[in-house]
Design a protein around this ligand. Structure first.
Ligand SMILES: [Zn+2]
Length: 227
């Protein structure tokens, strides 16, 4: 495998927040079992985390012993383990396994990848769509893996800016393509829940490398996104 000589030496990213509306709401889940059996639930870790959630409940002025809250510490612990399972997955290895030689050299774009993450500042969700594009240089990767890469990094505590760059960097490193472009549009519950005037704000971040730094490729990418 070729070494990554052009390893994102020239990269660029930006952030802009616009007030576009109409992102479908998310639905919550109160089901006892909704996160059970998913991910690696080491009993010792779950028990320790449950103790911490118990303290949180007391801290907000609740009685953790009342009926409705009895199983909440364990539920929260398990759901957090699920929502952060990306720490226990290796996106680079996952991509490497799905690389194959191919002479196709036009832009490959996967649009509208659903993305759910947790902001590291408030431990509240942010969620939206990721769009991932690259221009191959002799190697391509299974399309579903691009969506999987988004998921692995999203299932960690994140800031949207870093998430965007990590997706770009791992694709650049593993495939060594002529360029990578990533755009993420997301709603942050820590903004939405803070005040009515921010309910519909969408944060857009982008990270580009290689040929996506040129105006014409960047424009083609954004045009394909209908932006
Ligand atoms: Zn936040």
């Amino acid at each position: 495998m070729k070494s990554t000589s052009m390893k994102h030496g020239k990269t660029q990213s930006g952030t802009l927040v616009n007030e576009s509306a109409a992102y479908p709401g998310y639905s919550s889940c109160a089901d006892d079992e909704c996160f059970n059996g998913i991910g690696s639930n080491d009993p010792e870790i779950i028990s320790e985390m449950s103790g911490a959630v118990y303290s949180l409940l007391e801290g907000v002025g609740e009685n953790p012993e009342r009926e409705g809250l009895l199983k909440t510490p364990e539920r929260v612990a398990k759901s957090l383990r699920f929502l952060t399972k990306g720490y226990r997955e290796d996106p680079e290895e996952m991509l490497r396994k799905a690389v194959f030689a191919e002479s196709y050299d036009e832009m490959v774009l996967v649009k509208d990848i659903d993305m759910f993450s947790i902001c590291e500042h408030h431990l509240l969700p942010f969620f939206g769509k990721a769009h991932v594009a690259y221009i191959p240089d002799g190697k391509i990767v299974g399309l579903s893996k691009l969506a999987r890469v988004v998921e692995v990094y999203a299932r960690r505590l994140q800031v949207q800016e870093r998430l965007t760059q990590q997706i770009r960097d791992v694709i650049q490193d593993v495939l060594n393509p002529r360029g990578v472009g990533v755009v993420i549009e997301a709603k942050h519950m820590c903004m939405v829940m803070r005040g009515v005037e921010k309910q519909n704000s969408i944060t857009t971040t982008s990270a580009m490398s290689g040929e996506f730094l040129s105006q014409s490729t960047r424009n083609e990418f954004l045009r394909l996104l209908n932006r």
